[in-house]
Design a protein around this ligand. Structure first.
Ligand code: SD4
Length: 321
């Protein structure tokens, strides 16, 4: 199925695939394509897990992580814990193009964005207020503090430190499974690669938490001499293994994309058999693949591909290993 140009992205985010595809077809670079694809998801609030108004942290604020990498020049830009700015992928690209840095975080990233002309606005919506208030009421999912125990006077909400107790890993994964991130890889007609991610992370995260998505080699990676990859899932675990970097390096060494994706998942599984996660991979000849870790409630992963054979976004799925 080698048919360049090609766009591949995590989850069934069809309009994002279409946006990236039309950027490529109208002569845009792979870099433009992944930015436009992620921007579409941010504007549409894909699954409530990309863009504003989703996954409020413990304090109720939605904060964004995003990254973009150019596999030709190996330039990259990223933002973590970005506040009050909707277009996280646009800010990531501005970091790449207008600074010598790779990653800006938190309030300072927002100030940078405002200085670059991005509009500051509240990212809260009725939906995110509702998610927070359900959580505070006790109709909640676990939070992300280790070695802590809920205030006994309420069954959830902000947690009090207490020694030697921790939320179960199982509960943590059940929460993570409802969260998706857009991760996208594009290859132009000549096999030039780019990758990008955009997410609002995990609901009820500890304020300041930054996931895998804006970390080069973790959330995504691209190198035009080998290919690209992007990951989704429990970023706190996945970022310890640089799965996107690993998959690209395995493709460089000759692995086919499916095998490279599976190996990246297997590496994490050696330590965290119950982790929630998936990865997509494409090599410079336009072959692609995906893999996911099979856990209760997650046995198949859906992703989108647009290539010159299909000419439009196609929904693909892979059985988890
Ligand atoms: C994160 N990796 O912030 C993201 C969330 C995600 O499917 O992809 N969930 O950890």
């Amino acid at each position: 199925h080698a048919a360049l140009p090609l766009v591949i992205n995590t989850w069934p985010f069809k309009n994002a695939s279409a946006a990236a595809w039309s950027a490529l077809r109208s002569g845009g670079s792979a870099l433009d394509a992944v930015e436009e694809g992620c921007a579409r998801c941010q504007a549409e609030q894909c699954d409530g897990t990309v863009g504003y108004g989703g996954s409020p942290d413990e304090s109720g604020e939605t904060t964004l992580d995003a990254m973009i990498i150019d596999g030709d020049t190996m330039q990259a830009g990223a933002v973590g814990d970005l506040r009050r700015i909707k277009d996280a992928i646009g800010v990531a690209r501005a970091v790449m193009e207008h600074t010598e840095h790779t990653l800006l975080v938190g309030e300072s990233a927002s100030v940078f964005a405002e200085n670059m002309g991005f509009i500051a606005e509240d990212l809260t919506t009725n939906r995110s207020v509702n998610i927070l208030s359900q959580w505070l009421k006790g109709n909640c999912q676990p939070n992300y503090r280790k070695n802590v125990f809920p205030d006994p006077s309420r069954s959830c909400g902000p947690y009090k430190p207490r020694a030697a107790a921790r939320p179960s890993e199982r509960a943590r994964h059940a929460t993570a499974r409802s969260h998706d991130t857009i991760g996208m890889v594009a290859l132009d007609r000549d096999g030039h690669a780019a990758a990008a991610t955009s997410t609002n992370g995990l609901a009820h995260k500890v304020p300041g938490r930054v996931g895998d998505s804006p970390i080069v080699g973790a959330g995504a990676y691209a190198d035009s001499s080998a290919g690209g990859a992007a990951a989704t899932g429990d970023g706190d675990i996945m970022m310890r293994f640089l799965p996107s970097f690993l998959a690209v390096e395995l493709m460089r060494a000759g692995a086919d994309p499916s095998a490279a994706c599976e190996a990246a998942i297997s590496r994490i599984r050696r330590h965290y058999s119950g982790f929630f996660g998936a990865i997509i991979c494409a090599n410079t000849t336009g072959h692609y693949g995906a893999a996911c870790n099979k856990v209760p409630g997650f046995s198949q992963f859906h992703y989108m591909v647009s290539d010159s054979e299909s000419g439009s976004p196609l929904l693909k799925s892979v059985d988890c290993i």
